[in-house]
Design a binder for this molecule. Structure first.
Ligand code: 13P
Length: 341
């Protein structure tokens, strides 16, 4: 393991002013997104869509530090035969790959899942490195509900994350460690806070047991938010304050960077809350975004599968990338959001 190199990549992935584009939707998830805009999901439409994102050169260069790809995408070529990985590298961004096999029902734990994909992972990592990946992602999913999460769910997911992270570092790939506490449900922000604290403490304990080097990883957590159906919603400032407090409580300063998932927040909420955290400041890690929906919803709607809409869709993607880039510097404002739109 070359820890200096891992650290260099982890720092670059979370560099101020930039963040990560999560474009690693599985075939099932991208079909859902395409259904919503009336586009048939085929290998070609998926390629065309991702190709125009990666060809949004200025935004990619200025604001996107890395791109998380899906197995199909890391092997795909642009219409002119250029590998998509090469487009990303040429834009000065770092290619990465989602390596988990998805969240599957956890035995004897109704309503809970454990993320699978450890079997054969070492060999897959070696192949992905050969295909150009410099980092990986594994997402654990924690549901909040009556009596859940259970101890078994939190521990099983944290243990799997740690085994995955160790295998990545062994192969000189930076692990993005993603324990997502979902915002589905009517729970309060305090419940999200308590569960996220429990999950993060457990994850870092398991990372320690698995001898994962914190200097060579990136954490991808949820923000501390109320459930979407909770009667009492929270201000951006309260979310920012609670999120920073829990992260400071749980994430050692040796971790170079933290990159949030958007997880069902609106585009502008995800931006405003990241910005609010930077206005508070005073934390030891780089703090940025690793958004899927919050970066891609606007370009998907603008595109709607029509070639003539590609320039407008690229502009919509560039706009969200720019707004989130400003948020990592505490320089986003609602006025900037409107002016640039
Ligand atoms: P969202 O930002 O859409 O939550 O996706 C990020 C991600 O990579 C989830 O694993």
């Amino acid at each position: 393991m070359d820890l200096a190199e891992l650290n260099k990549v982890a720092v670059a992935m979370t560099a101020p002013g930039k963040g990560i584009l999560a474009a690693d939707e599985s075939s099932g998830t991208i079909k859902k997104r395409f259904d919503a805009i009336g586009v048939e999901s085929t290998e070609e439409t998926r390629r065309d869509y991702r190709e125009f994102l990666f060809r949004t050169v200025k935004a990619m260069h200025d604001r996107i530090s890395g791109v998380i790809l899906y197995d199909e995408t890391i092997r795909q070529k642009a219409a002119d035969g250029t590998p998509l990985v090469k487009l990303i590298e040429e834009a000065g961004s770092i290619p990465g790959i989602k390596v988990d096999a998805g969240a599957k029902p956890l035995a004897f734990a109704p309503g809970e899942t454990v993320t699978e994909g450890l079997d054969g992972l070492r060999d897959r990592l070696i192949e992905y490195r050969g295909l150009g990946a410099k980092f990986c992602k594994w997402r654990a999913v924690i549901h909040i509900g009556a009596g859940i999460p259970s101890y078994d769910c939190v521990n099983s997911n944290a243990h799997a994350l740690a085994r995955y992270a160790a295998l990545c570092q062994e192969q000189d790939l930076v692990p993005i460690v993603e324990p997502e506490v979902l915002m589905n449900g009517d729970h309060t922000i305090e419940r999200c806070e308590a569960v996220t604290e429990w999950v993060l403490k457990t994850v870092f304990q398991e990372l320690y047991y698995a001898r994962v080097k914190l200097e060579g990883m990136v954490l991808k957590p949820n923000m501390i938010v109320p459930g979407m159906d909770c009667a009492t919603q929270a201000s951006d400032d309260e979310i920012a304050e609670k999120t920073i407090r829990i992260l400071k409580e749980c994430v050692p300063s040796a971790v170079p960077g933290i990159a949030f998932l958007s997880g069902g927040q609106s585009d502008v909420e995800a931006t405003a809350r990241l910005d609010a955290m930077h206005r508070i400041g005073g934390f030891p890690w780089n703090l940025t975004f690793s958004y899927g929906r919050a970066l891609q919803h606007a370009p998907q709607v603008a595109w709607s599968g029509k070639a003539e809409n590609v320039p407008a869709a690229q502009a919509a993607f560039a706009h969200r990338a720019e707004m989130n880039g400003l948020a990592t510097l505490g320089k986003w404002t609602p006025e900037v959001e409107k002016q640039a739109a």
